[in-house]
Design a protein around this ligand. Structure first.
Ligand SMILES: [Zn+2]
Length: 203
């Protein structure tokens, strides 16, 4: 599991607090604001940190399902241009498990490196180890995925290199697990492609 950095140089803090106008960058709340270095921490810079309130901060490290009613702020936060905030939103939305969150997840556009960063942290999450998944492959709802399972896509996926879009609702039978818990392999349109588990639902 990745450790959160506790380095808060004062100039960084003042830069961040100016950026966020002293509001939580996830929910716009103002209580117990703090600098959260988004995992995995490779450097402590404004780009890699978000200002969050105490309540949001407490929820960030787990992988448990969250009460969507408390996370309305993500509808705005999803359009942040700050990479660290984008990563947090990408990790939080799947945990809400409600239609608007899934839809929003499909609408957000982020750079590939931000996407990779979001995935990198998800792999290190520890709470998933506790629910019997053994830290292995789980779908967008946290349901464990096993070799040979069937899954459906919960959103349209642009398949790089294969030049087609795998449609939301597509059933993929007989998935294969990969070494990366964030990905499985499956056959769509007669091509074997790598599928991100957070876009899948066990059928
Ligand atoms: Zn907050």
């Amino acid at each position: 599991m990745y450790k959160r950095s506790v380095i808060n140089p004062s100039h960084l803090e003042s830069e961040l607090f100016t950026r966020c106008s002293r509001r939580c960058e996830l929910c716009a709340g103002t209580d117990e604001l703090r600098v959260h270095a988004v995992t995995p921490v490779t450097e402590v810079s404004a780009e890699r940190c978000a200002v969050v309130c105490g309540a949001c901060d407490a929820a960030l490290d787990g992988a448990d399902a969250l009460d969507a009613a408390s996370w309305d702020g993500l509808k705005d936060a999803a359009w942040s241009t700050v990479p660290a905030v984008q990563v947090l939103v990408l990790r939080l939305l799947p945990r809400l498990a409600v239609p608007w969150a899934t839809e929003l997840l499909g609408q957000i556009y982020v750079d590939d490196d931000v996407r990779a960063w979001a995935d990198a942290g998800a792999v290190g999450s520890s709470s998933r180890d506790d629910d019997g998944a053994g830290g292995g492959h789980v779908d967008s709802n946290g349901t464990p995925l096993l070799e040979g399972d069937s899954v459906t896509l919960i959103q349209d996926l642009d398949v790089k290199g294969a030049n087609f879009i795998a449609k939301r609702g597509t059933l993929v039978k007989g998935i294969r697990l990969t070494d990366d818990p964030a990905c499985v392999e499956g056959k769509v349109n007669k091509s074997v492609i790598v599928l991100k588990t957070r876009f899948l639902k066990k059928a």
